[in-house]
Design a protein around this ligand. Structure first.
Ligand code: FAD
Length: 367
């Protein structure tokens, strides 16, 4: 990787008494913590950890961790703080940008817009770090980050070396990549790859494909007083602002009501199954997804009347049935109980099994 953008200092602390942060604000204590500030420290960290358990933490916005001060996560948490952004090439109208993995995703999107670059506007306001974006191939409003990634740079704990993956080698699909696949990535306590940076292929504004067909984006741009009849009205800035406005309206802000965004993936089902569901429930949203169909997990949960359902301080958001929230003192057990109730009810009523979207540590069957 470009060495000059990853050069601060790395610190190590044995601090199980200091809670780590996730956007769900469940108790998160770990055996010890390393702050990774430069990628050149990875060899030393790797050698020091040896075969000891490790866990990589970004912004904690897609995580449910079971831990307490008495029973901290039995692993060294590597907190990713790698910082820096560089422009690699500007062969008009395409521009390649490298961003270090510890940068905030939303700040990076806003930076690209400030540089007159387009391509990431639909992904504005997604919490977390740039390095975690490829893990589940973040997506929103008709765009997946896989559509904009050129190369992923990572540290391979097995080879003890830096490696790169082309976008094709990342195995991207809906909310999925090889980095989320335990068969290729390793179990939660022994992840094989730590993503250190990502190269994006973007465009000079005005040359990017405009994606505004999805979930009210075009209407929101119009309602903000802009004409959208010709493609020119839909600038990257306007789309970003429409997306941010829609997200603020629909999703609870984790700073006000802690949550991890969508708690379940939209299930993919055979077309015939989707058609019979639609025959019984004409209002059910059904989307084409390759050769199959995708259902709306939020709609299925809503039909079970679970909005507002609670176990202790964990519950289903009143605003969005797909979002599980912490009303104050929730723990991982309560949250998982809410999740299991949803899975059982949706299965009983519709015969569909919902898979969680966040990473559960330890995995769900261990709760
Ligand atoms: C309010 C809200 C809205 C959201 N909206 C969306 C949305 O629209 N679309 C969407 O796709 N997601 C959404 N999310 C989920 C989340 O923001 C993304 O999945 C995000 O990419 C997670 O980033 P993070 O840095 O917080 O990862 P973390 O939660 O810290 O980690 C998630 C997983 O990735 C691993 N990981 C993190 N960094 C690295 C790294 N550098 N190398 C290797 N492994 C790593 C961790 O070990 C963990 O397994 C939302 C979440 C919230 C709270």
């Amino acid at each position: 990787m470009h060495p000059s953008i990853f050069d601060l200092a790395t610190s190590h602390s044995k601090s199980p008494e200091v809670p780590l942060q996730t956007t769900l604000r469940l108790p998160f204590f770990a055996r010890d913590v390393v702050d990774l500030n430069r990628s050149t420290d990875l060899l030393e960290i790797s050698e020091r950890l040896g075969k000891g358990a490790r866990f990589i933490l970004g912004g904690g916005s897609n995580l449910v961790v079971r831990s307490s001060p008495e029973s901290p996560l039995p692993a060294t948490v590597i907190r990713n703080r790698l910082a820096g952004i560089v422009r690699l090439s500007s062969e008009q109208p395409e521009v390649r940008i490298r961003c270090a993995a510890g940068e905030s995703w939303h700040s990076f999107v806003m930076w690209t817009l400030s540089q007159g670059l387009a391509g990431l506007e639909n992904l504005a306001l997604i919490p977390g770090t740039v390095g975690a974006a490829p893990i589940q191939n973040i997506g929103a409003y008709g765009v997946e980050v896989a559509d904009r990634i050129d190369t992923v740079h990572a540290w391979d704990f097995e080879k003890q070396d830096h490696v790169t993956f082309s976008s094709k080698d990342c195995g991207f699909s809906y909310r999925w990549s090889r980095f989320k696949d335990a068969d290729q990535q390793g179990p939660w306590d022994m992840p094989r790859f730590l993503i250190t940076g990502v190269d994006f292929r973007l465009w000079q504004a005005g040359h990017a494909p405009v994606v505004a067909h999805y979930a009210g984006v075009r209407e929101r741009v119009e309602s903000m007083g802009h004409t959208v009849d010709d493609g020119d009205g839909l600038t990257a800035h306007r789309i970003a602002h429409a997306v941010m406005s829609l997200r603020r309206e629909k999703l609870p802000d984790p700073d006000e009501l802690p949550n991890a965004g969508s708690f379940f993936q939209n299930p993919e089902v055979p077309n015939a199954f989707a058609q019979s569901l639609k025959a019984k429930h004409p209002a059910a949203p059904v989307f084409a997804s390759g050769t199959a169909s995708k259902l709306s997990a939020g709609w299925l949960i809503d039909q079970c009347g679970l909005r507002g359902f609670r176990v202790g301080d964990a519950g289903v958001s009143e605003r969005h049935a797909l979002v599980l929230v912490n009303h104050g003192g929730a723990n991982a057990h309560d949250l998982l109980e809410v999740a299991r109730t949803i899975q059982r009810e949706v299965m009983r009523r519709f015969g569909v099994w919902l898979e969680p979207e966040p990473i559960l540590v330890p995995p769900m069957q261990a709760y």
